[in-house]
Design a protein around this ligand. Structure first.
Ligand SMILES: *Cc1c(COP(=O)(O)O)cnc(C)c1O
Length: 355
């Protein structure tokens, strides 16, 4: 597929202070778009100036949430080169989301090549201080102007780019997590294993409650028994119990995180025992009581590795590792961010230099 490039004639003024970027509020000069119709398949792959869409208020995406998204990052390295981390896995996962929501699959290679081109074009927007990066948001929306409940016949795929600072305002300070025992996020057979907006719409009520309780995010339990740990808002979760590293197994209701997979592979390489299995809240409480719950951390593209300092369950609070970041958490953070920034050898072939 041919990629057309239309450069902006009015570049926006760039941010002045990398330390005040925050997350996802600011966008670069260009975006990528590609259209789909049932007659023509995907067509009109284009890089153009960042601009608003003009869409019918009847569009399917507004009413029934037929959409898929992804989140990945590009890093400006100390040597000024620019690298992405496992972007092919994000595009594969987007196609698995498309399959679940009855949207057409993307041509993976064409999309990746176009993404690399977009990043080269907006490379000056990528911040370089530690913890900063360029957040990449690919999205597909259903655009049929039709109120019937039916898979759309037309779609827009687009990618926007946002220079970002550290995900959490207080940096790597351990977070407080609230275990949600009433609402559930997802159930096996539902959409929990794919990245679609509706999962997040359903989760906001628990995030709001977590905030009311003075916590940063909610942790979900399984929908059937409200007994087993699933994942946090936008992160998978790991526990170090004694010498065992444990993470919930992928049962069909949990998002298969690329950071989660990377941590499992790194831990194995370091000779640590990682178990993907069911973990009940009761097991965590017991392990905490016996001094065996050593570390807890979340994994996800936005935060990379996020240490957890407190777990709140009902009115009980479990303090983890005296509220400090533990050694395994630090090792994973340093290794992953090192691979992303090119300061640690990439033995797995996870990174690709695009400039
Ligand atoms: C995106 C996401 C994650 C993290 O996935 P990564 O591929 O590691 O970024 C975890 N949980 C949910 C619900 C997500 O949407």
């Amino acid at each position: 597929m041919k990629l057309n490039i239309q450069r902006t004639s009015k570049p926006k003024p760039k941010y002045k202070d990398e330390s005040k970027l925050g997350f996802g509020r600011l966008f670069t000069d260009h975006m990528l778009t590609m259209y789909y119709s049932i007659e023509d398949g995907w067509y009109d792959l284009k890089i153009k100036p960042f601009e608003d869409f003009k869409l019918s208020p009847a569009c399917a995406v507004f009413h029934y949430g037929q959409e898929a998204f992804e989140g990945m990052k590009a890093y400006k390295r100390p040597d000024k080169s620019i690298a992405l981390f496992r972007p092919w896995d994000n595009i594969k996962r987007m196609n698995s989301t498309c399959e679940r929501i009855c949207a057409p699959k993307l041509p993976e290679d064409a999309v990746l090549e176009a993404l690399y081109e977009l990043i080269r074009l907006d490379a000056d927007w990528i911040p370089s201080s530690p913890g900063t990066s360029l957040y990449i948001r690919p999205t597909i929306i259903a655009t049929d102007p039709f109120l019937g409940v039916h898979p759309s016949h037309t779609y827009i795929f687009y990618i926007i780019l946002s220079p970002v600072g550290a995900y959490y305002e207080n940096g790597l300070a351990p977070t407080k997590i609230y275990i949600e025992t009433e609402y559930v996020r997802s159930v096996k057979g539902g959409t929990g294993y794919v990245k679609t907006g509706g999962n997040y719409a359903a989760s906001l009520v628990a995030s709001a409650r977590a905030e009311e309780k003075g916590c940063d995010q909610a942790l979900w339990l399984d929908a059937r028994e409200r007994k087993y740990i699933e994942e946090v808002g936008s992160m998978n979760i790991f526990f170090k119990i004694g010498e065992e590293i444990v993470t919930p197994k992928l049962t069909g209701s949990i998002l298969p995180g690329i950071t989660r997979d990377s941590v499992i592979k790194l831990a194995n390489k370091f000779g640590m025992k990682v178990s993907e299995r069911l973990i009940s809240v009761d097991e965590l409480k017991d392990a905490h009581k016996n001094g065996m719950l050593k570390e807890v951390f979340g994994t996800g593209t936005a935060a990379v590795i996020s240490p957890v300092g407190e777990l709140m369950i009902d009115d009980d609070t479990l303090i983890i590792n005296n509220g400090k970041m533990g050694e395994t958490t630090s090792l994973m953070y340093d290794t992953l961010t090192g691979i992303q920034n090119g300061t640690v050898k990439d033995d797995f072939g996870w990174t690709i230099k695009v400039l």
